[in-house]
Design a protein around this ligand. Structure first.
Ligand SMILES: [Zn+2]
Length: 368
């Protein structure tokens, strides 16, 4: 197909002829699929309609071309573009998938030699067990969960819709509120082609009008982000079947995924990051009393082997590191080694002042 090239105004008479076979014009045979008044071009639509008549197909009441799609945003750690995947996630995933495939082959080989150990059987049946477990989990939400909808928890439903749109997802996942019994938790999963988010009621409560709706939007962005990043895929979870048997390596992959999901939550509602972390640290009633900066500052102060070990074995980054990562958006969250203070900074006796690394304002404040 020839590109659509505007002609200079002195050739306007020729442009009005729809079937003129001029060089540079699109012939009628070339554009059978163009449903609008003007042919598609290889690039994006021009920003403004040309001052001369369209080459053909223009008539009163003709459908207008769709608006120019938004420019592709780069992935990054700022709240304005698309959220970045944690830099360690894919390398760790490759390591875990290779080990899982290796273990799976060993299990099949042992089975073929007549070994019916329970671990061998579990691994050989992994595809079936995972499929069964995901189906049971999803069914549990479908029959016991309060499903968010335009008429049931509409604010939460809207947050899920907004988060899916924010991440460019073609389909809005289902979302449920389930009884938390005091637990602060949420998760995302799927079964077949369905994807869903579950928020425990004790966590969902923070979204009430008089509380911290931004924090709930961050958390819903985090969970929908797990789906957007592919963490809830059956094949991905099958490839990570060995994770519970891989100390440090397995948990580190999960932590990288959590940083990725936090990046999504931050993009979805960065103003809710501090209250969301405060809720994870001190619960739904005291979340506002948690000093986000004061706690994040301790990420560089608390040191030692056991601090390293607690983080290395944890499924989520330890809270102080996680808060640090949500505050310092210049780099990815730390997976193995504790964060370092900014270059040139020294640790004051009483810890850091809370002046640097503040969450950015949205939109950025004008300096003029
Ligand atoms: Zn998560």
């Amino acid at each position: 197909m020839q590109p659509f090239e505007p002609q200079p105004p002195d050739q306007a008479g020729r442009q009005a002829d729809p079937y003129a076979q001029q060089g540079g014009w699109v012939s009628a045979q070339d554009t059978p699929a163009a449903p609008y008044g003007r042919p598609y071009t290889s690039g994006s639509y021009p920003a403004a309609p040309p001052a001369y008549p369209a080459p053909y197909g223009s008539y009163p009441g003709a459908p207008m071309p769709p608006p120019a799609p938004p420019q592709r945003q780069p992935r990054g750690l700022s709240p304005f573009g698309m959220p970045a995947r944690h830099s360690w996630e894919i390398p760790m995933l490759v390591v875990v998938v290779v080990l899982t495939v290796f273990a799976y082959l060993i299990a099949l080989a042992l089975l073929a030699t007549g070994n019916f150990d329970q671990y061998v059987l579990a691994f050989a049946a992994a595809p079936l067990l995972l499929w069964f477990g995901r189906g049971v989990n999803y069914a549990g939400q479908r029959v016991n969960g309060v499903r968010m909808s335009p008429t049931q928890f509409p604010e939460g439903y809207q947050m899920v819709v907004d988060a899916a749109a924010r991440f460019g997802m073609a389909k809005v996942p289902d979302a449920y509120v389930v009884l938390g019994n005091g637990q602060i938790n949420a998760f995302a999963s799927g079964h077949g082609f369905r994807r869903y988010v579950v928020v425990y009621s004790d966590l969902f409560e923070i979204g009430g009008a008089a509380r911290e709706p931004d924090a709930l939007a961050f958390i819903i962005g985090h969970e929908v982000g797990h789906i957007a990043a592919g963490h809830t895929s059956y094949w991905r979870q099958l490839g990570m079947f060995l994770v519970p048997f891989l100390p440090i390596i397995g948990s580190s992959l999960i932590r990288a995924q959590e940083y990725t999901a936090d990046n999504h939550g931050f993009c979805n509602r960065h103003t809710g990051a501090s209250a969301a972390m405060g809720t994870l640290a001190a619960g739904k009633y005291m979340n506002r009393l948690v000093g986000f900066d004061e706690m994040a500052d301790r990420a560089v102060v608390e040191k030692g082997f056991f601090v390293w070990m607690v983080n290395a074995l944890s499924s989520h980054p330890v809270l102080t590191w996680r808060m640090w990562a949500l505050r310092d958006r210049s780099r990815h969250g730390k997976l193995f080694l504790r964060p370092a203070p900014p270059a040139g900074a020294s640790v004051p006796a009483g810890g850091y002042a809370s002046s640097y690394g503040q969450l950015p304002a949205s939109p950025p404040k004008s300096v003029l």
